[in-house]
Write a protein that binds this ligand. Sequence first.
Ligand code: DQA
Length: 216
Amino acid sequence: MVYLRNFIEQSANDTGKWRVSASGIVHAFCYDTESAKNPKPLKGLTSSLNIFRDFFELKQTLEVPFRGFRGDFKKMKKILIINGPNLNLLGKRETSVYGNESFESYFEKLKTDYGSTVRLEYFQSNIEGGIIDKIQEAGFSCDGIILNAGAYTHTSIAIADAVRAVSAPVVEVHISNVYARESYRHQSFIAEACKGCILGFGLDSYRLAVEALLIC
Ligand code: DQA
């Protein structure tokens, strides 16, 4: 049981967007800390606005059981998802292999499910150097990287070296089961530099990778 008031006061000092799911009186609560003086629910959760406004103005204490929220924002794990070449075309590209859903749509669901426990960020590049730059930039400050390097998985020693260079654990992810596909996809230069690999579960490979990083 967590006091909603405590949560608001604590999060008001932080930056970034918040989403907390709660059951009971308050079903969903959204709070944009950039407008702490004028809090508003994030898109799609308008029903929480009145609850929030009432609470904020009346300073009443609502006691609600929270699902998922396990600490304060600064202590939340920050996980970066990096997608490599052609993964910007998910939902359109070879749908029999990669499915019909865009990554942006899937990422919204991930944030809905994990947004109150993990700070999730997403980056995509079709360029090998762009992926390397991002690994270097985030790899010393975040708590984990989920990396689907696409076809660079099978060719790039440079990306593997970047993974080795940083301190954050990296989980290699593939949507398809690459071992059930062409033999040139059976080799990964990146895998041995990673903490572990998850593949073949469709887009839910990313969800499983988040879970894996939560226990790292
Ligand atoms: C992929 C598998 C790679 O072999 C392929 O080049 C991709 C996607 C996957 O997620 O299944 O682009 O990484």
